[in-house]
Design a protein around this ligand. Structure first.
Ligand SMILES: Nc1ncnc2c1ncn2[C@@H]1O[C@H](COP(=O)(O)OP(=O)(O)OP(=O)(O)O)[C@@H](O)[C@H]1O
Length: 716
């Protein structure tokens, strides 16, 4: 049934030549005709297929077509609506096979192998449109099955071109790339490839990946040995492979070009690489190519580029209407205000302990915690791993047992990143402390909580992060923990989101600089964080301290930021002086006039504080601060604050081995990795101009220089 030869002439406008034509000489371009050299070797079969209205697997005016079309964001006619009523909409995967839209093998794998029955709205609204060969931009909420929505038609179209691929084959496949799928992160590319391999497991279609951080030669060898019909990758590596003359990997027959997380890939950070990739592909005048763009967010800013990327008659399919809430209603979203940096980790610890205490055995506590700066991810993960039960010996359970603490960010090598993602995917109960490398597209099962620490860079980032929970029919909850100094900006940046204030975390507003009588469990949380922080390399703390100066460069009241950072350094990290920051960097970041910062000058021994901090310190200087009064109110067994060991002398001892600036350089925050999904301590290097405090200028700067894979203000 799905064999092209058995389908009658009406279905396909086709010319098959078997003469020795080295390359298809395309007919004059017509949107409804395209020329495909197929097969390899000297004898080339040239086929011209109608891609738009006459997909060979669609019966003309087939039932369901109009029903689907009437749901898309296009003008619908009354007759279509009538037809929809008559035939009923295509809502089940089986319908696609029954109506000869998609071949039986693919549908059997999806229904029997993967256990899926009913299509999600984005699937039923896009698959039929996409099968016709038209360009589609699709916007649907997170976790609603967009991956299958583009994979099914792309794979079906590959089978349309070579019906032999419907069956598994044991002969060696050539490199015959028919479709390319691009994702902004390596993990997401791998995930899409896994899904594609599942769907094609009973066919002859070969799926390959091309992601950074892995051996390029290995990918190319695999492609040569196994062939390739669908190539999934990240922009950097794909560009590398396609533009490298030695790779011999080309895609002369490419018929589908898919951008998952399209808004991200079309932003200023990725666009040059996407454009480069497109330049390596055959001209659309020679080979008709379908472009598919999918995302949960489509900001107005990318619409112009979308129009330039797509054919003029592209369809914009939306399951979320403009002005409608872009997050799932079923995910309660709570906002907690914490006093400052010192309260972030105690509040997070309290929230995690509460989540573990109240967990449901059917859905154990599984959380992803997002930070804006990689340095904070590393610091928080180390702090949480160092946590000890009060007065515990080494044999006591970790206070967050049975949750595993896992970290993931772009500073890890690819093998560690993959391992971290796999471990979290498999874990029943875990806390993944993450940068935005996992914010988009990642489909970790059963995530119960998404906790965002500090203000996200945009509401879109917030939406994608929160989308890691509440996927499919699963429940989930979102928490946003904001320092008081971020509140005003958050009201503006996140104004359309259904956030509800929550004051239930007792550690959130504790003033650690003041004497206070605290309930034991609150004091325990604070002490555990202080003790856990103490063991961490001071250099790490310095890097985090400096990274935040860059991250919050947009703040109009920088003094609040520095006071808050200094409070954390003093009361959480038990440091006697704040970490020193090179004056050049302070100037660049626009902090030269802010008090309370310790400037350092470079000597051959590294950073040496020149007492800039002391000269310019603010009223909340370390010397004047109350003597950790909060401890006096807590239970006696926790009173170990006095033992704090990180005297500044010891800090300096460490700094001399590199100092914050060197450490920061070592961290690679400013290095440029050709691959697409790096995050970094964004903000550093910001050169303030007159409107130095404006968020817009920070954003522009981020677009042009540094990158954070998740934020969108970087390039790949
Ligand atoms: N029709 C369906 N019925 C049930 N589950 C489905 C269906 N389609 C896909 N899924 C499952 O839903 C989950 C989410 O799918 P997917 O990752 O494609 O979502 P997404 O819309 O791409 O999310 P994001 O916006 O975060 O990228 C996956 O586990 C997938 O297997």
């Amino acid at each position: 049934m799905f064999n092209a030869a058995r389908r009658g002439s009406a279905s396909v406008a086709r010319i098959v030549r078997t003469s020795s034509v080295p390359r298809c000489i395309p007919p004059p371009f017509s949107p409804s005709r395209a020329c495909y050299p197929c097969g390899s070797g000297s004898s080339v079969a040239v086929r011209t297929l109608s891609l738009t209205a006459t997909n060979p697997y669609q019966k003309p005016a087939q039932a369901g077509e109009a029903e689907l079309r009437d749901e898309v964001d296009i003008q619908q006619s009354n007759s279509q609506a009538r037809e929809a009523t008559q035939h009923g909409p295509v809502t089940r995967f089986q319908d696609l096979s029954d109506r000869s839209l998609v071949c039986k093998t693919l549908i059997r794998t999806i229904t029997t192998g993967m256990g899926l029955d009913t299509m999600t709205p984005v699937q039923s609204k896009t698959i039929n449109e996409t099968l016709k060969g038209i360009d589609v931009l699709a916007q649907a909420r997170t976790g609603t099955g967009k991956t299958l929505a583009f994979l099914i038609p792309v794979l079906q179209n590959i089978i349309n071109y070579d019906p032999n691929l419907e069956q598994r084959t044991f002969r060696r496949s050539p490199i015959d790339i028919r479709a390319i799928v691009i994702s902004p992160t390596r993990e997401l590319a791998e995930q899409i490839a896994v899904e594609a391999r599942k769907v094609t497991s009973n066919t002859g279609i070969v799926v390959q990946t091309a992601v950074g951080g892995t051996a390029k030669g290995m990918h190319m060898r695999q492609m040569r040995e196994q062939g390739c019909h669908l190539l999934v990758g990240t922009p950097g590596r794909l560009n590398d492979i396609l533009s490298d003359p030695r790779s011999q990997v080309r895609a002369p027959n490419l018929s589908a070009f898919v951008l998952d997380e399209a808004d991200r890939l079309l932003d200023a950070g990725f666009l040059p690489e996407i454009t480069n990739i497109q330049q390596q592909l055959p001209s659309r005048r020679d080979i008709d190519r379908q472009t598919l763009l999918f995302s949960a967010t489509v900001p107005d800013e990318v619409m112009q580029i979308v129009r330039e990327t797509m054919k003029p008659d592209f369809k914009f399919v939306r399951t979320v209407q403009k002005g409608e809430q872009q997050t799932h209603e079923k995910i309660p979203q709570k906002q907690v205000s914490v006093r400052g940096f010192a309260n972030f980790l105690p509040a997070l610890l309290e929230l995690c302990k509460r989540g573990l205490a109240s967990q449901d055995s059917a859905m154990p506590f599984k959380a992803i915690v997002y930070f804006g700066a990689t340095a904070e991810v590393i610091l928080a993960a180390q702090t949480f791993r160092n946590l000890k039960a009060p007065g515990s010996s080494v044999f006591h359970k970790h206070p967050l047992h049975p949750a595993r603490i896992i970290e993931i960010h772009a500073r890890l090598d690819q093998a560690s990143r993959t391992k971290a993602a796999d471990n979290f995917r498999r874990a029943e109960s875990a806390i993944l402390i993450s940068s935005d490398v996992t914010a988009r597209g990642m489909d970790f099962p059963n995530v119960t909580h998404v906790i965002q620490m500090g203000i996200p860079i945009s509401s879109d980032t917030y939406i994608h992060r929160i989308g890691r929970t509440g996927r499919g029919d699963k429940p989930g909850e979102g928490w946003l923990i904001l320092a008081d100094f971020e509140a005003q900006e958050a009201r503006y940046r996140l104004k359309k989101l259904p956030l509800v204030g929550d004051e239930s975390l007792e550690t959130a507003q504790v003033d650690m600089s003041q004497d206070a009588q605290l309930p034991e469990h609150v004091a325990t949380n604070l002490t555990q964080i202080v003790d856990a922080s103490r063991a961490i390399d001071p250099e790490r703390k310095s890097i985090a301290y400096t990274a935040n100066l860059g991250l919050y460069g947009w703040l109009p009241h920088k003094q609040d930021l520095v006071d808050s950072l200094n409070d954390r350094a003093k009361y959480c990290w038990a440091m006697e002086e704040p970490p020193s920051v090179p004056p050049g960097l302070l100037h660049k970041l626009g902090f030269s006039r802010v008090q309370g910062l310790a400037a350092s000058r470079r000597t051959s021994f590294g950073d040496v504080p020149d007492n800039g901090y002391q000269r310019g310190r603010s009223s909340r200087s370390f010397d004047n601060g109350p003597d950790n009064g909060y401890q006096r109110g807590r239970s006696s067994k926790d009173s170990n604050f006095e033992r704090r060991g990180n005297s500044y002398g010891r800090e300096r001892g460490n700094s001399d081995r590199g100092g914050p600036e060197r450490a920061f350089q070592r961290s690679g925050a400013r290095s440029y990795d050709r691959d697409s999904d790096h995050d970094n301590d964004r903000g550093l290097g910001f050169k303030p101009r007159r409107r130095e405090d404006s968020w817009e200028s920070t954003k522009r700067w981020m677009e042009s220089t540094d990158r954070d894979s998740s934020s969108g203000w970087r390039r790949g």
